[in-house]
Design a protein around this ligand. Sequence first.
Ligand code: SF4
Length: 348
Amino acid sequence: MHLILPNPRGFCAGVRMAIDVVDQIINLFPGEDVYVYHEIVHNKHVVNRFVDRGVHFVESIEEIPEGSIVVFSAHGVSPAVRQLARDRRLTSIDATCPLVTKVHAEAVRYARQGYQILLVGHRDHQEIAGTLGEAPHCTQVVESPDDIPSLTITDANKLVYLTQTTLSTDDAGVIIQALKKAFPNIKEPPSSDICYATTNRQHAVRQIGPECDVCIVIGSKNSSNSVRLTEICRNIGVPAWLMDDVSELNWDWFKTGNERVLVTAGASAPEDLVAQVCRALIERFGGTIEQREIFDEDVEFAPPGALRKIMESRGIDPESRRFRAETPTITHDLYGAVPLTVSAGRDN
Ligand code: SF4
């Protein structure tokens, strides 16, 4: 069996930042209850590891005792949620990814300028709920071209579209083309709202997928970008499976044991889970692992403002913690003594 692991895969800078925020808060407030509004990132293992350390995950602000510490998840929250947290005198630490915050800022700006906003994304996703909440009076969600006939448009010359950060670039392209056809003067956001991490991971899968027999995506079922990676593989005719961890591996997916298998991970999936899957496959079938270098990611985020202030008040330099999308490394600790090659398929 030959396993091909694209780089990039797994954690993006926003996820690293959000996870580290919770980690820091646990360490800075020992013995205090820490609450996180929604899953900090959409990954079952990341959440369970924090639950094991005593963190409480809640789906409504009312569940949090007054005066407690709350972390807002990487997906962002609406102004109404922020206000609720203030009303309950919570200490709020905002771990929203800066690239989601950018879309919020665009929504606020266009709403102030009198635009109607067409928000392309999944209605039930927390990111869409947060962005929609910035300007609910003038925002409508578009999930597919089928939604276009039922939109209520007051001035087709004063329209803008924005998108969820984790969409499939292919699917979003289809919806955007349909919007442009229906509303030729619709304004575009200044730059794509689909983030670098989503775009890069999808591009790597499109590039490597066609040379593989099977694709395995490590990620949770509620992780939008992980689901999109799986769909992209299936759309190019490669059987693809999304799984949280090695326990979901099914040997029946492999007919000869000599398959070429693309193994990748959504932006919220830890590398140790990728390694467990690879080790299980190599132990069962033998074979080699190849890391295919597609993109170097150099995006870096600083800790959020509220955390910076707390760190400074404790004499900790916030600049000592910056969050970079790092190249996952195939270490002996995680992967064992696997036969490994590193190859270039680099686009940048
Ligand atoms: S997937 Fe993109 S938007 Fe989401 S946390 Fe990562 S970098 Fe931010």
